[in-house]
Design a protein around this ligand. Structure first.
Ligand SMILES: Nc1ncnc2c1ncn2[C@@H]1O[C@H](COP(=O)(O)OP(=O)(O)OP(=O)(O)O)[C@@H](O)[C@H]1O
Ligand SMILES: [Mg+2]
Length: 248
């Protein structure tokens, strides 16, 4: 089982979009995938259960597993919309994690049942995100080539070093450029990121297209919504690179 965490302290960079498309691509390939929605916004949960109107219905969710020690196994829902996918619901309120290792310990309960665990985070470096970073075999940091995104990677890496200290070993993180368009400005920023910084980067980048929003609005991954589009290909390429790097 491999645990993949999508994280950046910056909001709106594509964490949830990538979680959903990466995880569904892995499940399409026959892998058993568990999604954990650690973001109180709970956007990811809605992709598996768009019918949910109110998450506070007393159903099993992250809070119950972490705070009330309900077993993880008994708290998972199987997606009715996608095969090979289970998910742990997010909840609207903050969850109290006793310490940084809690989530990893709880995931151990289902170690033999899943090939991949995908964790979507809130854009912060609070206890929940720290747990997700600690648990990860790979941390994917999406970045947009706008404003201060690249300079913010300094803060991202300094916080990742704190997780590395807590783990007492190397952490495996990699930055993926999201929403790359062909404008001169984006190309210059891309060149700067790849040639004048030493952050670990994915070889591939994800394009920028309104197809992403149109797919998300019907709760579908690009592989179902626009199977032969460039952006569906990008998610395929990302998945290939993730699998390859996790196998290294
Ligand atoms: N490659 C892309 N092309 C076009 N739009 C994109 C792309 N990736 C993400 N988006 C859009 O950007 C918006 C933010 O994406 P998303 O919700 O995945 O970000 P996030 O990092 O999870 O945000 P938050 O920090 O609020 O959880 C969404 O409207 C999504 O449709
Ligand atoms: Mg999100």
């Amino acid at each position: 089982m491999k645990i993949i965490t999508l994280w950046n302290q910056k909001g709106g960079v594509g964490k949830t979009t990538i979680s959903f498309n990466l995880g569904t691509t892995l499940s399409n390939r026959g892998n058993k995938v568990l999604f954990i929605d650690l973001d109180p916004q709970s956007n990811l949960t809605y992709f598996f259960d768009p019918e949910i109107k109110n998450l506070k219905l007393g159903k099993a969710d992250v809070k119950k597993v972490i705070e009330e020690e309900k077993t993880l196994k008994s708290s998972l829902y199987k997606s009715k919309r996608f095969s090979n996918i289970s998910y742990l619901r997010g909840c609207y309120t903050e969850v109290e994690f006793p310490n940084v290792t809690t989530l990893r310990e709880r995931i151990s309960e289902v170690e033999d049942e899943f090939d991949y665990v995908i964790i979507d985070c809130h854009p912060d470096f609070h206890k929940a995100s720290m747990n997700a970073l600690y648990a990860a075999d790979m941390i994917i940091v999406p970045v947009l080539l706008d404003g201060f995104s690249v300079s913010n990677l300094n803060l991202v890496t300094s916080n990742l070093l704190k997780i590395e200290d807590a783990k007492g070993g190397n952490i495996n993180y990699r930055v993926v450029v999201n929403r790359l368009s062909r404008t001169k400005d984006k190309r210059e920023k891309l060149d700067d990121l790849y040639n004048h910084h030493d952050y670990p980067l994915f070889n591939m980048c994800l394009g920028d297209t309104s197809k992403v929003n149109s797919a998300l609005s019907v709760f579908k991954p690009l592989s179902m919504h626009r199977r032969s589009s460039g952006i569906a290909e990008d998610f395929n390429a990302l998945t290939n690179e993730v699998v390859e790097r996790l196998g290294e």
